[in-house]
Design a protein around this ligand. Sequence first.
Ligand code: ADP
Ligand code: MG
Length: 617
Amino acid sequence: MGTFQIDFGESRKSKIVGIDLGTTNSLVAEMGLTGPRIVEDPEGRKISPSVVSLAEDGHLVAGEPARELLLTHPERTAYSVKRLMGRGVADIQEELKLFPFRVAEDSESVIKLKLGGRTFTPPEISAVILRQLKDNAEAALGVPVNEAVITVPAYFNDAQRQATKDAGRLASLEVLRLVNEPTAAALAYGLDKRNNGIIAVYDFGGGTFDISILRLHDGIFEVLATNGDTHLGGDDIDNLLLNIALEDVQSEWGEDLSGDSEGVQRLRRAVIRAKEELSFTPQAEIQLEYKGRRYHRAMDRALFERLIAPIVERTLEPCRACLADANIAPGQIEEVVLVGGSTRIPLVRAAVERLFKAKPHTELNPDEVVALGAAVQAGILAGDVEDKLLLDVTPLSLGIEIMGGVISKLIHRNSTIPASATETFTTAVDGQKNVLIHVLQGERELVKDCRSLARFDLKDIQPLPAGLARIEVRFLIDANGILNVTARDARTGKEQSVEVKPSYGLTEDQVEAMIRESFDKAEEDMRERQVREAQVEADNILAATEKAQRHQTWLALNNDERAAIDSAKRDLQNVYHSNDHHAINRNIEALNRATQNLAEQMMNTAVGSALKGTKID
Ligand code: ADP
Ligand code: MG
């Protein structure tokens, strides 16, 4: 059943778009009435090069015009900026050797690219691309576009994801969700409609190769493993053909073109055109007309395939490693999705089919499929797509054991990953030197009903009275579902951590059973938890009272007051095991009231002696 929407003249309803912010190319898509579709720019182009240039007039331009400026003004033009997103200067020294544009020297930790005389951070550059896609979408759809779903590689870490969100914000786009590129590709093919299965997503783009193995269970995609090569893509094929063409030109023209940057860029375009044609025709021409001279060479597919075979072969090793990491045999892969323009090459398709023993999906354009999937996700968020599905989520809650044998959940079930949470805990015993961190998974309230994932000790924390130590516990689940738990003594900075894969050894049936049980036992569990929490509090106040009774102030109280405290203590001890948290809490209150005067007096003497101490000094 659909829903009716009556339009009361609210004609400019805004739209959420899906964006593939690629290393080489970027695209924007929307959820139309018949399904997702790519939004064209005013010139009718669907694919926009991820290139940004500082134009003569001081404006930043993106896309095709920027790619034109790469020919004539390489010193004011940036590309492949996705490689630099969310990374520090130290991480990318190797990477920078491959970039022609310079990094500003004054900044130590923040990467700044020099374009012309100005400097920009990678998110600022990416924002120019996003802004242009937003403008294109607004022009094509005739409505404001302020919100987007943006895709990122599955292996992107927190900082890289944050940088992508920053780029969105700088482009005045609220990023509602970051979706993993392989997940988006699977969504575009509607694979979430199947119930279960293992899916391989082979993404061979312009400059990068990524392989991901996903597991689909009940509409939830879990990234089992990812692998790839951050410097392997269509560019390598282009360089190989370019070198051949440069040699040809050298021998035909008697001139070395390699020092002429515009000449090289034009020849590069010529070989790319020929390469792309060869995916559809058995023969293509590499043609260049430059400074009044002509170069021409025919190439057939057989020769092309012989040349690129080693490059295609290089994608297979990461695939095998990924299968091994996911603990999956090639025969278990049920669906293979091809992503990235370079998967149009027939030799690539054949290699993938041979490796995974399954015919890959090729119905959608491989360079559009990620953006289309992002649009599907945008449609889901907008409520345009009826069936709700969950993406990249933790199937069960994660937390640690706290006093009373109960779990304190840091990351709740169905949180989208990557996810992180930090909470501060304290010690229960005076002078405590070690804390045991017990990592748990499950929906139940008591530790005994949850799954124990790991235990570790944070040793040698600063000994302090109970309740004063500050132990920060941080949970971080990365995009691969690996959970990292770190405990840190806030005072000394001492820390200890552990890594676990929460889904390891857990079947779907078990997950389901755990969730069902938590519903069945919800009431009982909650009661038990309330009792245990009340008992922990009772322990605390009883211990504090006994400590006070050994203090000199105790003797200064009158008999009635002492008797009242003793009787309140006894009452609390009597109901302690009653399984009635209301009664325990009532008696905690009563003991609190009875000891109020005692506590105040103790406080005064403590302050008094502290003051005396100051005076003596
Ligand atoms: P990215 O995800 O890295 O931004 P794309 O998925 O858009 O990149 O892939 C771009 C690469 O695909 C380029 O190297 C381009 O030359 C290549 N490509 C596009 N179409 C074809 C084709 N028909 N045959 C071979 N390669 C192609
Ligand atoms: Mg891509």
